[in-house]
Design a protein around this ligand. Structure first.
Ligand code: NAP
Length: 258
């Protein structure tokens, strides 16, 4: 299908981003892989090249560093980028008062500031070319406040609102933007967030990516999984205090304090 078009994927070294990289390689995109772990990215790039015969580029970057956007711009300047998966992110969990200050700030920097900078860099280019697609990875945690996961859920509400608003702004420019809201998904995420328990039924990365491609260009936002879509719908009619109390109970179990 596309053969000189490039996809840029942030957080491509594992989990959801890695699956996007493989699926985009399979669809015929050349892929630029961004994350901190150079070794993992190189192994994935070599495998995508071997399996699908696509061009690949490894861009090892820490997206919390001040100058990352300039470096990312330089390293992708020669590419016709028509797909961006704005995905790198992590979560903190536990008592708001006890989470380390630096870790909390690092998360806000990655989940909000870096996501915005990646969006600004590539949406400007795509708008100029009159075509393109961007998927911003938010979360089902974005649809209600989450005690014990408070800042993470707030960063994901930021991502969802950003993507949904940009869906509207970018549509007349020929560019699709989608907020992707995965539920608990089988990746490194839970270990990274320090959660001792994860939801019983985790989505797979394949399901998350499949849902995203189905929704891209059709709507501003998608929640992965029929049950999760139904729950998000019913939450709109649930009194706020009750909703927060229910979410708190679920989260307490996940951080291992109930
Ligand atoms: N898994 C879930 O249950 C779930 C649910 C909803 C939403 N999400 C969202 O999905 C996205 C992907 O998470 P995942 O589940 O796939 O987790 P994951 O397997 O831990 O992947 C996170 C990715 O982000 C990269 N990353 C972390 N810090 C970075 C930094 N400072 N600079 C550049 N890259 C960085 C990691 O690579 P390096 O360590 O190599 O840098 C890795 O590639 C996140 O935005 C997360 O919030 C996940």
């Amino acid at each position: 299908m596309e053969n000189n078009k490039w996809a840029v994927i942030t957080g491509a070294s594992s989990g959801i981003g890695k699956e996007f990289a493989y699926q985009l390689g399979k669809k015929g995109y050349n892929v630029a892989l961004v994350a901190r772990s150079r070794d993992k990215l190189e192994a994935i790039a070599a495998d995508i090249q071997k399996q699908f015969g696509r061009e690949t580029r490894v861009i090892p970057l820490d997206l919390t560093h001040r100058d990352f956007a300039r470096e990312l711009a330089d390293r992708t300047v020669d590419m016709a980028v028509t797909m961006v998966i704005n995905n790198a992110g992590f979560g903190t969990s536990g008592s708001f008062l006890e989470i380390e200050d630096d870790r909390e700030i690092e998360m806000i920097t990655l989940n909000c500031s870096a996501v915005t900078q990646v969006a600004r860099l590539f949406l400007k280019r795509m708008a100029k070319n009159g075509e393109g697609n961007m998927i911003i990875v938010a979360s089902t945690a974005s649809v209600q406040p989450c005690p014990w996961f408070a800042t993470y859920a707030a960063t994901k509400a930021f991502d969802r609102f950003l993507a949904e608003a940009l869906w509207y702004e970018m549509k007349p420019k020929g560019v699709n933007v989608l907020a992707l809201n995965p539920p608990g998904t089988a990746t490194q995420f839970f270990a990274e967030a320090g959660l001792s328990d994860s939801p019983k039924r985790l989505a797979t990365v394949e399901q998350v990516v499949r849902t995203a491609f189905k929704a891209l260009g059709k709507r501003p936002s998608v929640i992965v999984g029929v049950n999760n879509r139904f729950m998000a719908f019913t939450e709109r009619f649930t009194p706020e205090k009750l909703l927060i109390a229910i979410t708190s109970r679920i989260m307490k179990k996940m951080i291992g304090t109930s």
